[in-house]
Design a protein around this ligand. Structure first.
Ligand code: HEC
Ligand code: HEC
Length: 186
């Protein structure tokens, strides 16, 4: 190939990618090149062992909602997991830790994962998804009567109570129904 041709192709690619990255900041669903991610905001969970081991006491949280450093820390302290013992046998622990690291927010290009990462300073290692600034910010207008004072919800950690498709990685507003209140109009 001629040099000018290679140059022209590189420029075209750079423009297309640049445009997509620039569009990545807004919340609309219409972006081109994104239709393959249309239904999921974070990568859907594709590991049955993870769902079995980590989806017993609460929903299996998407790996793409926390950075690798958070999963590493959380998996290193399962014997005291938010007051519960969630210990695994060593083999399972190794395999699931690797699964979480491979699919963490910093290695995903799904849009909510990117937003999680962008909201965190590099020295922040939250052990809770609900402590991630982006997640906190998205919920700061929801009154307590709909969350903590709502017996069908209890806490913000209970994603599935309101986001009916959370287990499929979708947090889209059309899939939100707050128990006792219904859909959310802001
Ligand atoms: C024995 C029960 C149990 C098991 C098993 C368990 N957890 Fe938990 N987990 C909890 C409890 C209790 C909390 C705190 C819930 C709360 O504060 O509402 C929690 C909270 C979490 C949170 C923070 C949620 C938030 O508030 O943002 C994450 C992340 C998490 N667990 C990941 C895992 C992973 C990964 C596994 C599998 C290795 C796992 N859990 C297995 C009981 C469990
Ligand atoms: C009490 C119900 C409720 C719970 C529990 C809840 N959310 Fe939400 N969430 C909402 C509502 C309502 C909005 C829309 C807020 C707005 O647009 O102002 C929202 C917005 C979001 C958004 C942004 C969606 C968008 O379209 O921009 C994400 C991502 C999200 N929630 C993730 C989570 C995760 C992860 C959890 C669990 C750790 C969780 N939510 C728990 C009600 C809830």
């Amino acid at each position: 190939m001629k040099k000018t041709m290679v140059f022209a192709i590189s420029i075209t690619l750079a423009l297309v990618f640049g445009w997509q990255v620039a569009q990545g900041d807004d919340d609309d669903d219409w972006r081109i090149g994104q239709s393959w991610k249309r239904t999921a905001d974070v990568a859907p969970i594709n590991n049955p062992d993870y769902v079995e081991e980590c989806g017993d006491c609460h929903m299996a949280f998407s790996p793409g909602l926390l950075p690798a450093r958070s999963w590493k820390k959380l998996m290193g302290g399962l014997e005291d997991h938010f007051g519960d013992n969630a210990e695994l046998d060593p083999d399972t622990q190794t395999v699931l830790t690797q699964y979480l690291l491979d699919n963490s927010a910093d290695s995903s290009d799904y849009r909510r994962s990117r937003k999680v990462m962008r909201s965190l300073a590099s020295n922040q290692t939250p052990l809770r998804i609900t402590k991630v600034p982006y997640i906190q910010h998205e919920h700061d207008e929801i009154p307590a009567r709909m969350i903590t004072d709502n017996i069908d919800v209890g806490s913000l950690s209970n994603c599935m109570a309101c986001h009916q498709q959370a287990d499929k990685g979708s947090f889209s507003e059309r899939d939100i129904a707050i128990p006792g209140y219904g859909s959310w109009d802001d």
